[in-house]
Design a protein around this ligand. Structure first.
Ligand SMILES: *Cc1c(COP(=O)(O)O)cnc(C)c1O
Length: 489
């Protein structure tokens, strides 16, 4: 006897109700609790996963159906289904739900998430649907507006893949702090506005709330790369942005196990262009249509590894931020350092602006005055005095800080952007984004900051041909003790 398509639709509706109740319950919890549990409830574990307290890794290409009716209902998207792991997978679902909740934390908004195989795939997935030809107006010129201080790969994707190969106009914002420039460049043919803040590696920052206002006044959606800040410090969707992209590879995971990305979007986003179903639930639209066809979704293994890493996001970002502040303060006073760029330093020209946005989530609950605490993340950069050659000598002298093009790691990592992440964009592109050859990008991890400082100190001494002096400098950071007292003597 056949069960009938309706029967499956009915059962699915009941399951959806149960999940909605789970969702409502976890949404009431604090950030850390959401990061630890996500949507993986006891109900989910006991009924569907043999009681496993950890989300299972479903290493399976596809899902089987009970009969033709269930298959018909599933493939017609009438019932929740994962069907085939290029489109969905239960492990992917647990990861996506958790990240969607974290990016929506503290806001009265509904979000969804589509996991992708890398941060770059997330950026392509998030932007390309907005750049499609409008069938009702095929000759309409298309442009998009983006900060020029973006990750090197993003710069290439916009300049080469979109502008050069497809003839789509990218209007670079040269000074993202200048709101007049945004206003002038956004017009009726702008399909989206794109911004990265704080930018990698330059620490550029802009007034996100005002840029959202300017874009929305023209019904243009705002897409934000929140890789550096992470939802532990900033949640652009809650502030009104429409789409967030994440290189999950970086701080969200920090272990460095692999490459992954995600697109997180608010439901009912604002856009003059595009079909209604795309605006209603952008991430789900991506998942079930463009990304199904283009095939850049994430493997179940990377989903579970990423999910597991995200559980401690808030405390990791807190620790990395404190350590970075200590290291930045040290470098600021070093004679071999021309300039230190870290938004946390009070002398940084964008410090005040960034302080309005970069706040450790839930920190207000820990302070007697109920005010949130600022944290500025793990990304900083500095210019070595003596040009490119001196920067390379210092860089080559590092003994513990890894020389790698990576960031957001639990291990400190440094790179010279001009010869690595930003080498492809050429001298002109680097000049536009303010990336000189003596700029060193440093991402401080979870080591004790005294050890990171000692490594930098001996590496900087190498510029003058000096042997390393392993004496830690004094540095000032809220309440931290000096190296001597920290030894308890
Ligand atoms: C690394 C990075 C990306 C690209 O992410 P992948 O996972 O390497 O593809 C995008 N944006 C920022 C800010 C990044 O640091």
């Amino acid at each position: 006897m056949s069960n009938g398509v309706e029967r499956y639709v009915e059962l699915a509706a009941r399951a959806a109700e149960r999940r909605a109740a789970d969702l409502a319950a976890i949404r009431k919890c604090r950030f850390d609790t959401i990061a630890v549990h996500g949507l993986y409830s006891m109900n989910e574990a006991l009924n569907f996963n043999q009681g496993s307290i950890i989300e299972p890794m479903y290493m399976s290409s596809s899902q089987a159906y009970r009969d033709s009716d269930e298959m018909e209902a599933a493939l017609g998207y009438q019932i929740p289904t994962w069907c085939y792991s290029r489109i969905g997978n239960p492990s992917m679902y647990y990861f996506e739900q958790t990240l969607a909740l974290l990016e929506a934390y503290g806001g009265d908004i509904e979000t969804s998430c589509c996991a992708t195989s890398s941060g770059m795939a997330a950026i392509a997935s998030a932007t390309d649907p907005f750049l499609a030809i409008d069938p009702g107006n095929p000759d309409q010129p298309i442009n998009f507006v983006s900060t020029c201080q973006v990750y090197g790969g993003t710069f290439q994707q916009f300049a080469e893949r979109k502008m050069k190969e497809r003839g789509i106009e990218c209007r670079w914002i040269l000074d993202s702090a200048d709101l007049a420039e945004w206003e002038e460049k956004i017009d009726r043919n702008t399909r989206f506005v794109y911004g990265e803040l704080p930018s990698n590696p330059g620490q550029a920052f802009f007034d996100l709330d005002r840029v959202i206002e300017l874009a929305h006044a023209q019904q243009v959606p705002v897409i934000i790369d929140n890789t550096v800040g992470t939802p532990a410090l900033m949640r652009p969707l809650v502030r009104g942005a429409d789409v967030v992209v994440q290189s999950v590879t970086k701080t969200l995971t920090s272990s460095g196990f692999g490459i992954s990305g995600a697109v997180i979007a608010r439901k009912n986003l604002i856009s003059r262009f595009g079909p209604d179903e795309m605006k209603a639930d952008f991430a789900m639209y991506l998942k079930t249509l463009p990304n199904r066809d283009n095939g850049q979704n994430l493997s179940p293994m990377n989903c579970i590894l990423s999910l597991n890493d995200m559980r401690t996001l808030r405390s990791k970002v807190d620790l990395f931020s404190r350590n970075t502040m200590a290291v930045a303060s040290f470098l600021e006073g070093h004679p071999r350092v021309e300039k230190v760029s870290y938004l946390g330093l009070p002398g940084h020209p964008l410090h005040e602006l960034a302080s309005r946005y970069l706040q450790l989530v839930d920190s207000e609950h820990e302070r007697p005055d109920g005010q949130p605490d600022n944290r500025y993340g793990h990304l900083m950069s500095f210019n070595v005095e003596g040009g490119a050659a001196a920067a390379r000598t210092m860089f080559d002298g590092l003994q513990r800080i890894w020389r790698a093009t990576d960031l957001g790691r639990v291990k400190s990592v440094a790179t010279i952007p001009a010869i690595s992440t930003h080498s492809q964009q050429g001298e002109e592109g680097r000049a536009m984004a303010d990336i000189p050859p003596n700029l060193v990008r440093l991402c401080v991890g979870g080591e004790h900051p005294d050890d990171v400082i000692a490594d930098l100190d001996q590496a900087l001494a190498a510029i003058d041909g000096k042997v390393s002096v392993q004496v830690p400098y004094e540095y000032s950071t809220g309440g931290a003790s000096s190296a001597t007292t920290a030894r308890g003597e």
